[in-house]
Ligand binder design. Structure first.
Ligand code: NDP
Length: 291
């Protein structure tokens, strides 16, 4: 079997075009231009690339963005004051503090200081709570998990009653994704570094999502034939054959897993582009809700 490749780049391009059209409609009706503020502390090169891509995507969708960079030495108090200011700015509808923050900053306090209505990364405990409780209407959907769900939806992946295994339990990906999969009526198992016999567990999955950050961890014989396998991992590994000396791989041994799965996302060009599209969507929703 050769898996269907779920082309995240193309799926995200369609979604971004729809968001761009909604921005035009909003503005034509006299609404504000959606605005996203990003805060980058320090000079981590990967974070800088992520932030740059977010600004580019905002511009393409007709949104404006505010690019704030602070030195790695910035204090907790400075960062809190900045967030407080952004909370009050009428032209800023979404605030994204790029993680990870330097070790001397208490990231949970910074996240908790973001206005819940501007928390477009959906990391504030109140917004996670709305996501977690049955019968509540979430204010935002977390970007990467929502991107995974969008790929599953547009590829008509059956979720009701399906066995879903999520590898990873982080606040950003694994845990909130598990909540979204439960909401979609999947039977979800969350696996992590202490899980016993991962390969056997993964083989039970109709839908397997890898979000661990371990290059090519998931092998073909971990995968149920015909299942849908989503790779969230983004890992840079050395590659002497590449011009830059390195290349990006996911958490799947892609070539061999693609021989066994029914559908698979590549890295790059899978979940990554959807994460940015969902950030734009949340910024648009925050703007609409602010009216
Ligand atoms: P974290 O490091 O916060 O979490 C990793 C999770 O994987 C933890 O729950 C950890 O378990 C688990 N884990 C680690 N090693 C193993 C192992 N050998 N077996 C089983 N479980 C393991 O990472 P993130 O969730 O932030 O990111 C995961 C990956 O996704 C990274 O590659 C990251 O770059 C990528 N990413 C991609 C995004 C995108 O847009 N495509 C967005 C965000 C992240 P434990 O809890 O026990 O430590």
């Amino acid at each position: 079997m050769t898996a269907t490749i779920l082309d995240g780049k193309a799926i995200a391009a369609r979604l971004r075009a729809e968001i761009g059209a909604e921005v035009s409609t909003l503005r034509a009706a006299g609404g504000p231009q959606p605005g996203l503020a990003t805060v980058l502390v320090g000079d981590d090169p990967a974070s800088a690339v992520y932030v740059r891509n977010k600004h580019k995507a905002c511009a393409e969708a007709g949104m404006h963005s505010v690019d704030i960079k602070l030195p790695a030495s910035a204090s907790q108090a400075e960062l809190l004051a900045l967030v407080a200011e952004l909370n009050t700015r009428a032209d800023v509808h979404g605030i994204l503090v790029q993680l990870p923050l330097p070790a001397h900053i208490d990231a949970p306090s910074i996240i908790a200081a973001i206005a819940v209505t501007k928390d477009v990364d959906c990391l504030h405990p109140e917004n996670v709570g709305l996501l977690a409780q049955k019968g509540r209407q979430p204010r935002f959907l977390p970007c990467t998990p929502a991107g995974v769900m969008h790929i599953l939806q547009v590829s008509n992946t059956a979720l009701a009653g399906a066995n879903a295994v999520v590898l990873g339990r982080s606040n950003i990906v694994g845990m909130p994704l598990s909540l979204l999969l439960v909401s979609a009526d999947a039977t979800v198992t969350i696996a992590h570094s202490r899980t016993r016999d991962l390969p056997a567990l993964c083989r039970t999955a109709d839908v397997l999502v890898a979000a661990v950050g371990v290059p090519e961890l998931v092998r073909a014989d971990w995968v149920k034939p015909g299942s849908t396998v989503i790779d969230v991992g983004i890992n840079r590994i050395a590659d002497p054959a590449a011009k830059s000396g390195s290349r990006l791989v996911g958490d799947l041994a892609y070539a061999e897993v693609a021989e066994r799965a029914g559908a698979i996302t590549p890295v790059p060009g899978g979940v990554g582009p959807l994460t940015i599209a969902m950030l734009l969507q949340n910024t648009l929703h925050a703007t609409q809700a602010s009216q």
